[in-house]
Design a protein around this ligand. Sequence first.
Ligand SMILES: *[C@@H]1O[C@H](CO)[C@@H](O)[C@H](O)[C@H]1NC(C)=O
Length: 195
Amino acid sequence: MAIRTVSLAVLLPYCIIALPNGPLVDHNPEVCTSMSPGDHHPANMATGPAPYIIVVSNDTYTAGQPIQLTVRAANQGVTFACFFVQARSQLGSAQTDALGTFSNDPQGSQAFACTSPAGAWSHNNKNAKREITATWMPPSDDQGSIAFQATIVRGPASVYWEGVKSQSLAYSAAPSLVSSSIFLLTFAVFWAMMA
Ligand SMILES: *[C@@H]1O[C@H](CO)[C@@H](O)[C@H](O)[C@H]1NC(C)=O
């Protein structure tokens, strides 16, 4: 196992995350936690602000209500080849569980298992991309404030940025059926009395 990992690392011209078919999470499950190719390619890590942003369709999340998220090049003439996104709780810095599930992953991308099925989203080809959008379904319970976190590789050279984050999304409970019904009932009784 160890020998296999080492030989892969030596043979790869690019970082793990920049592989054409996505991160090798089957052979390197630690990539799900670290979201980093840096163990093998520390010299390729970019310094300075990333020329990419992650845009979300809402600033709260509610069980059962899908969120659209977009990874986008922020500057003219910039593209990305590879990316790796997870939603993580922002309660403390050591939260590495991938929350929720990705779907509607368009061509050039794929959802796959990290912690949970479809808990991660990445490229599956190395074509230059300016922006790409998928749907994310929140977890069924309150995970505190969450944010999308990405590692993004500018191609064709494997310069990469880690920890590119969306704004934080606060949890918003769905209005419960019981309390809405009680409200409507009270309202109806009130109007009946006024009439
Ligand atoms: C978006 O935010 C609004 C207001 O905070 C909320 O009522 C709505 O349910 C949210 N939509 C989704 C899809 O989470």
